[in-house]
Design a protein around this ligand. Structure first.
Ligand SMILES: [Zn+2]
Length: 188
């Protein structure tokens, strides 16, 4: 449970520690606003993802693995790096091969990305959490999640690596996919 009163109090103290005057008219509402903001951008620490996913059974004709690939690209990502509590943001691309005609409504992917983004994170773990959650709930033959993000902690401070983008990829594969790949490798 996010304690907004405590955040408010701590932000007041932070402003004081920075040498600011929290009673300055322009700053008076800031602790309250920051507390409200953290409740929103860290909501991934609160709600359980149980009803996050709804898998739709779709009647489809059986076809070969290649033609079954579903890609959802450019899903917005907004998260906070847990080392500096500064935002990192960019986009997620998800690629999966459904198993047993299990597919998911497209908008649900954005909700899954959003849920796992909204807490202090590192990009690598965020990528893995999204992929693993989709794998465990959708039971696809394979799922691959790629995140491309800019980190404000790299842009505003430290190395000032302007314009640099961090790319992370995480893949989960069912044993069926591994067998398929082994077969293809054997052919070559
Ligand atoms: Zn950072």
């Amino acid at each position: 449970m996010i304690n907004t009163e405590k955040i408010e109090h701590l932000i007041k103290e932070l402003l004081e520690a920075l040498g600011e005057d929290p009673q300055r008219p322009e700053l008076r509402e800031t602790p309250k606003r920051v507390a409200k903001m953290y409740k929103e951008i860290c909501s991934g620490l609160e709600e359980p993802p149980t009803n996050l996913i709804k898998v739709f059974k779709e009647k489809k004709i059986k076809c070969n693995l290649e033609s079954e690939i579903i890609e959802i690209n450019d899903i917005p990502v907004y998260s906070i790096c847990e080392h500096h509590l500064l935002p990192f943001f960019g986009k997620a691309n998800i690629k999966y091969i459904p198993e047993n005609e299990n597919i998911m409504g497209l908008s649900k992917f954005a909700r899954v990305v959003d849920y796992f983004s909204k807490k202090p994170q590192v990009q690598e773990r965020l990528t893995a959490e999204i992929a693993t959650f989709l794998y465990d709930n959708l039971h696809p033959i394979s799922v691959q999640v790629t995140l491309e993000c800019s980190h404000l902690c790299m842009m505003m401070r430290g190395s000032r690596a302007h314009g640099s983008i961090t790319k992370t990829t995480f893949t989960c594969k069912s044993p069926k996919m591994e067998i398929q790949e082994e077969k293809e490798e054997a052919k070559n």
